[in-house]
Design a protein around this ligand. Structure first.
Ligand code: FPP
Length: 249
């Protein structure tokens, strides 16, 4: 028996390299259902979800997509059972510790966005380390939204701007889109062109509300742990069929 080649290592021929998204965002939904279907605890779904995310990151790199953002934990996710929340926090920390060296070797630039101060201190340290160590890397921009909420992000930007106005550092007339964006967590990162949501739900769920204004949305029934290169190819193919008009004719 011959060894099976890694499927879709190269950009598939039916995709136009010049029209790939510059930034893909993913809502990694369906880990729990994936585990349930297999008769396993939900946390196994999250573990498999990490593998799917790593594979997607590599795929973006191989196919020439410069930025990927993943929604790992929303401000609403604290409402999950305590043991699942604790498992996820420990998982993030363990994965960061385990993968950092490889991310460095692969030239990945890591950014965490969200209200990071509310996360466990030990996780905060790993996050700081990963962002610090990879800050000068020039490869793919990998952003992880953790304790992230789009409304909360917009509110904190408003508060920061209002406080500058109050203290006389800024005039109301100086507030424009560019200035507002500089107060968002995602400052300096291009807006997503494509949002992928797995497991069939047709919602944005408070993810990158400002940044997603003109993103193309692709929803697949596939559960996140099963989202592989074949699925990503389908998403990119669908994206390239869209007519992006940005409000124009
Ligand atoms: C949603 O599935 C998934 C999450 C809330 C967690 C996603 C996190 C990971 C895949 C780990 C990422 C790791 C790092 C280090 C970034 P769900 O539990 O809502 O699934 P369900 O809707 O089927 O219950």
């Amino acid at each position: 028996m011959t060894a099976k080649p890694i499927a879709l290592q190269e950009l598939p021929a039916d995709l136009d390299r010049s029209r790939l998204p510059n930034h893909v965002a993913v809502i990694m939904d369906g880990n729990g259902r994936w585990a349930k279907r297999k008769g396993r605890p939900r946390i196994i779904g999250h573990q498999k979800g990490v593998d799917a995310l790593k594979n997607l990151l590599r795929c973006c790199r191989d196919w020439g997509i410069p930025a990927l953002t993943a929604y790992a934990f929303s401000t609403e996710n604290w409402g999950r059972p305590l043991e699942e929340v604790e498992f996820l926090m420990t998982l993030f920390e363990r994965v960061l510790r385990r993968e950092l060296q490889e991310m460095m070797a692969e030239n990945v630039k890591i950014r965490f966005v969200g209200n990071l101060e509310e996360l466990p201190k030990s996780l905060q340290s790993e996050i700081e380390r990963s962002m610090h160590d990879t800050q000068n890397n020039s490869g793919i921009q990998f952003t992880i939204a953790t304790n992230y909420g789009g409304r909360q992000e917009i509110l904190q930007a408003c508060q920061a701007i209002a406080s500058k106005v109050e203290q006389g550092y800024l005039k109301v007339e100086e507030i424009d889109e560019a200035l507002f964006e500089r107060h968002l967590y995602t400052q300096g990162i291009v807006h997503p062109d494509l949002l992928i949501r797995t497991s069939g739900e047709m919602r944005i769920s408070n993810f990158l509300l400002w940044q997603m204004a003109y993103a193309e949305i692709y929803v697949t029934q596939t559960l996140w742990p099963d989202f592989d290169r074949v699925e990503f190819h389908k998403a990119l193919f669908a994206y390239q069929q869209r007519d992006r008009r940005f409000g124009k004719v």
